[in-house]
Write a protein that binds this ligand. Structure first.
Ligand SMILES: Nc1ncnc2c1ncn2[C@@H]1O[C@H](COP(=O)(O)OP(=O)(O)OP(=O)(O)O)[C@@H](O)[C@H]1O
Ligand SMILES: [Mg+2]
Length: 447
């Protein structure tokens, strides 16, 4: 299933809600996300989804980890990325043999080419195993491989999310504003073109500026005043309410990505966690940050993008480079360092920095530091060394709930990174008649 639609239209929320509805199904859930800065790191969303990070009990996972580390050579003539892709396919087949699986790759528009290729192969084999495959993508940037994916999916496996109907917008405004919207407010919300993120940001902006008043009869009336004219203006309005110190902290966080670990933020800013807490608390209260599975997360990627884009390109490149260095010195996993150094590309000398880090990672024995057979041999154009999927947390954001205040936080949807066993928390026994694939096996031809 491919779900398409403009930013903020509700793709991720829809899939999260659908998965939550399917909670009773005895299935395992995997969730990975394409990442703008991680595009040069092959297969990262799938490695992240399947939580292939450290040596584990599973021979298959160990094979993948050792390939990534360069401890295991790919077959002659094959590059490491291709070998890892084959192993990932086999791993997914094994997971499906044990129990039905849901595999989600969000933000496919930022996924690397190897992930898209593997997604296409999986899409061809979904009828042969109990696998629900879901991918979400924005219409831009347009990519040939994604257009091919769309064509292959056909009409039946494609869902294009369009604007919310007017009644749904009215319901959403009622929920967000905490009462029945008056005609003026409804008309204004109509200008958000049925985009739920825009509606949410718009109502929040109106509320912040004190333009929403309860008439006492349960109707929320709109007072005169300035109105954000676009989604980005509404987001900017939210950010304008932050203090300068909080904004500075958030810009550093934006450099780390949509999801980030607080520990990384302390490294980047060279400040203690206690010093950062006031800014973080303020950002949480302002609806800019939310808790996520492994740390903190911007409430929406567009909020992170607004902060990121507000940093001038040259400052950003320098800052990325310094961040990469600081993370490397602190022993952060190579993929987190690599994301930063890739962000600095364009700045003279950045490629050298990546090379230096790669050589150091090779010596340090950190995951992905094998050096001799880099994962990116085929995927990354010779600029970056081995990569390693660690530390990136999947997004976990709320849908608006009911009523003012608590409504904002809403119901926490349950999609999480990596797999989760439903109704069957322990390791499952393999059903009879379903042979395990051995560690060296690859999926049958034609996948
Ligand atoms: N059907 C809906 N009703 C009410 N609110 C919704 C609905 N769908 C999405 N939202 C809200 O709209 C916002 C944007 O949704 P979401 O993040 O799912 O969009 P998206 O299409 O995945 O965007 P992006 O392309 O940027 O990832 C979220 O705050 C979400 O809670
Ligand atoms: Mg999304």
């Amino acid at each position: 299933m491919l779900i398409e639609g403009e930013p903020g239209i509700g793709k991720s929320s829809l899939v999260r809600a659908a998965i939550a509805e399917a909670a009773d199904a005895r299935c395992v859930e995997f969730w990975g996300t394409g990442d703008e800065l991680g595009q040069a790191l092959p297969l990262l969303p799938l490695l992240e989804a399947l939580r292939v990070r450290e040596l584990a009990d599973s021979p298959r996972r160990n094979t993948i980890v050792r390939l990534l580390r360069g401890e295991l050579a790919a077959a002659p003539g094959a590059d490491v990325s291709a070998a890892v892709a084959e192993q990932l396919l086999a791993l997914i087949a094994e997971e499906c043999a044990a129990q039905p699986a849901i595999l989600v790759v969000d933000d496919l528009q930022w996924a690397d080419a190897a992930t898209v290729t593997l997604w296409a192969r999986l899409a061809r084999s979904v009828h042969q195993m109990p696998l629900l495959l879901a991918g979400m993508m924005r219409p831009v940037p347009q990519r040939e491989d994604l257009l091919a994916l769309r064509r292959a999916a056909g009409e039946r496996a494609r869902l294009r999310l369009t604007r919310l109907p007017n009644e749904a917008v009215a319901e959403l405004v009622t929920t967000l504003a905490g009462g029945k919207p008056g005609d003026d407010l409804l008309r204004l919300a109509g200008g958000a073109a049925g985009n739920p993120l825009y509606v949410t940001e718009l109502v929040a902006a109106l509320e912040r500026s004190g333009r929403l008043t309860d008439t006492g009869t349960g109707t929320i009336a709109l007072a005169d005043g300035r109105t954000p004219a676009s989604l980005s203006a509404a987001i900017a309005d939210r950010l304008d309410f932050l203090s300068a110190p909080a904004r500075e902290v958030l810009q550093a966080a934006a450099l780390l990505g949509v999801d980030f670990a607080v520990s990384d933020l302390t490294i980047v800013l060279d400040r203690r966690i206690a010093d950062l807490m006031p800014a973080i608390d303020q950002a949480r209260a302002a609806g800019v940050l939310a808790d996520s599975a492994g740390g903190l997360s911007f409430r929406h990627p567009l909020i992170q993008a607004a902060l990121y884009d507000a940093i001038s390109a040259s400052v950003r490149a320098t800052w990325h480079r310094a961040t990469g260095r600081a993370l490397a010195q602190a022993g952060a996993p190579p993929d987190r360092v690599a994301r930063q150094l890739l962000g600095a590309f364009g700045e003279p000398g950045a490629a050298d920095s990546v090379g230096r880090h790669r050589r150091r990672a090779g010596r340090s024995g950190t995951p992905g530091g094998g050096g001799s057979t880099p994962l990116c041999g085929g995927g990354l154009p010779g600029r970056l060394g081995p990569s390693w999927p660690a530390g990136k947390q999947a997004r976990r954001r709320p849908l608006p709930g009911r009523g003012r205040g608590r409504g904002r936080a809403g119901r926490q949807l349950r999609a999480r990174p990596g797999h989760r066993h439903r109704a069957c928390p322990g390791r499952r026994a393999r059903p009879p008649g379903r042979p395990a694939l051995d560690a060296g096996a690859v999926p049958p031809p034609g996948w």
